[in-house]
Design a protein around this ligand. Structure first.
Ligand SMILES: [Zn+2]
Length: 174
């Protein structure tokens, strides 16, 4: 599994993981019935408030991907963590007051727009280094869906360029 921002993630794609992925495709959110994605217990640990009673071991964990649903994470025992029980907003959930796109470097949607608009920056690297001294990458643990943010990151770059009447960029593969 290769991370889009150029780092090797620690997740190993072995056969049991592929089996789990297939299982996740059949899983649905217990509340809204919407689409979900399997995440690691590391991700749940990063986002869940410490006081929340929720089984973190010996079960698979999923995130509900629906914008309108209050469920953040749930496990196979159907225990849930809602968006009121998390320490950082999940960017695609309704009511997220802060839209963080890159959780590893704590870069918001607004900061990406500003970097493109006011500083002419057009890549993940340039924009991260504009705000941070160095690039951090631990998507498998820090991103709410456990995936690299670059797809969404580049969507915002291109949306902003489009508004400025400029040509979009292609996410470059490393
Ligand atoms: Zn849901």
């Amino acid at each position: 599994m290769k991370c889009n921002c150029g780092h090797q993630s620690s997740g190993q794609e072995n056969s049991s993981e592929i089996e789990d992925d297939l299982k996740a495709k059949k899983q649905r959110c217990p509340v809204c019935g919407g689409k979900v994605k399997k995440v690691s217990s590391d991700v749940v640990n990063t986002f869940a408030n410490k006081e929340v009673k929720y089984i973190k071991k010996d079960t698979n964990h999923y995130i509900c991907l629906e914008h309108d649903c209050k469920v953040a994470y749930f496990n196979e025992k159907k225990e849930m963590i809602t968006i009121d029980d998390i320490r950082m907003p999940i960017w695609f959930k309704k009511g997220a007051d802060l839209v963080i796109i890159c959780y590893c470097n704590y870069i918001t949607k607004e900061q990406i727009r500003e970097a493109v608009r006011d500083h002419g920056l057009k890549s993940w690297d340039e924009i991260v280094l504009h705000y941070r001294k160095r690039k951090n990458c631990a998507c498998h643990k820090l991103n709410p869906i456990g995936e690299c943010c670059t797809d969404y990151f580049y969507e915002i770059i291109n949306e902003t360029l489009d508004k400025l009447g400029k040509e979009g960029v292609i996410k470059y593969e490393i």
